[in-house]
Design a protein around this ligand. Sequence first.
Ligand code: PLP
Length: 403
Amino acid sequence: MSRPSLTDRLRSAATERASAHLTRRLRVVEAVQGTRVTTGGRELLNFCSNDYLGLAQSLEVTAALQESAAWLGVGSTASHLICGHHREHAQLEEELADWLGYSKALVFGSGYLANLGLLQALLGKDDLVVQDKLNHACLLDGARLAGCELKRYPHVDAESAERQLQSRPQAAAMLATDGVFSMDGDLAPLRELSAIAKAQGALLHVDDAHGVGVVGPGGRGSVAASGLTAREVPLLLVTFGKAIGTYGAAICGPTDVIDALVETARPFGLTTALPPALAAATRRSLSLIKNEPWRRFKLAALIARFRRGARQLGLPVLDSSTPIQPLLVHGNVEALRAAQALQARGLLISAIRPPTVPEGRARLRVTLSSAHSESEVDQLLDALGGVLKDHLTPPRLPKSLTR
Ligand SMILES: *Cc1c(COP(=O)(O)O)cnc(C)c1O
């Protein structure tokens, strides 16, 4: 039998990853208390969570989850189209659409599923989707599931996006971009992209997983931050697992599109509905975001403090105004070493390596939260300054070897 073995192939790929310092292992979190996590028996100050507003552990949000679960149970017990669509889902959808200025919203199990479902439902094999090269992987996978043509333009290069759309003027097309880029923290040029989408007759979709709750007036995300509305950006993804602090996602859009997603998006219809108690917790969290803007203001002040300090220390921090503050390092090994050195100093910061980021763009991805204190940010700067000296700059040659 000469058939190749699937498991042998898997093992040799793992060996190759190990030799390129690309192995990934799970870390077990034993306890969480605000910005402190316990892992491996050690308490660390956490700078890698996406809980930008500290809502994941808020008493109000956890109480809403418990109260709703006591009343409705944990599982939704069925898909939305059977009997899993509860009033909590419907109310959450209404509140989201209303807050963000869209006609209608539809809740999905996660942001990943929502993008898969949206692209699969809208695009077919003769169609085109044009995307930023640094878009989240689920937008790329959505194009694969749809079976359409995928063209990717260089990061935030709106002119290239336009050329790619122009290359197939007869094809039905979508232009899709992250609002805030998850690994770089920068914002998409939404005003330019919306003008291009309009001129080219393409449907614009913005994945605002890292924008909603954090950027823009009222925390309404990158579309609002760009002074745009549902008219210019007809489709919007909101995820609940980041600033909102819960789990799940929603697509906002025109009524007819949302109604069609209900019927045709397979990652919506063929999976168990989000637990209704999570929808209740998400509603509570949204009301905190709307009514208590201090978290967003405090976060902005911490971001400014971090960037000031980073500039003074000469840290290789990327140009980002969001809570995602990445520091580029020379390579995969350096990223791992720096993360280990930071851990030894009591800080949890993730080393992000390919394929999550392009080859040669390994980094430390620092994320800030309104739950952090000023002194915790100072502690982070101190540690980064020390680690930069020890690990991020190339080792100096001994005097005897320089000339
Ligand atoms: C996290 C993320 C997603 C996926 O959302 P989940 O709800 O975690 O599945 C999608 N797009 C972007 C840009 C993200 O950062």
